[in-house]
Design a protein around this ligand. Sequence first.
Ligand code: CU
Length: 192
Amino acid sequence: MKTEKLLLGAVFASVLAVASQSVFAHGGATGVVKERMDGMGVMKEAMKVLTPMMRGQVDYDTAVVRDRSEDISRHAGEALTKLFPKGSLDAPSEAKPEIWQDWEAFSTLADQLRVMADGLAEASENGLMMAGEAPAVGDMMGGQGGSMMGGSTIGTGVGANMMDLSQMPADGVFTMMGQVCSACHTRFRVEK
Ligand SMILES: [Cu+2]
C-alpha cells in the first residue's frame, strides 16, 4: 500500500533526524571527549527522570530511583576521572584545563558523586521527606518502618562526621547529589 510506504519513509526520516541531532549536539566530538559526554548524558537523563519524582510531581517509584542512581554511580568516581586523561581538551570539549591543575579537587568531586549516587540507591526505600503519606506498602519490604532519620547518629560517627545517607529521605540525598554536579561544572566546565 502506498500509505504504508509513506509512513515507513517518515519513520526512517525521523530516525535519521534524531541520529544527526545527537551527532550535532556533540559538535563532532570523538574519542575520549565523546565518551565522557555520553557518560554525562546518561547522568543527565537520570536526573531528568528523578527530578519530577523528587518534587512529588510524578509517583515515587523505588525501583526507578534505585536504577537511575546506579546509572549515575556507574559513571561517577574512577569511571568519570579515567575519561579525563591529562590535557584532553579537543574541540568541542567544554572541560577546563584547571582539571589537571587541581586534579585532587576534581577527583574528589567525582568520588563524592559516586558516594551520593550509591547513597541514593540505598535511600531509595525511604521515600520523600515531605511525602503526605508513607511510601507505598510494597516499598516497605519486611515492614521495616520506624524513623527515617536514623535517630541522633548524624554527625556523631567515628571519623569524619559521615552522614549515613542510607538513613536519609531520598530527596535529601538527591539534592546533595545535584549539588555535586553543579559544584564540579561551576569549577571545571566552561560556561556557554
Ligand atoms: Cu557533547
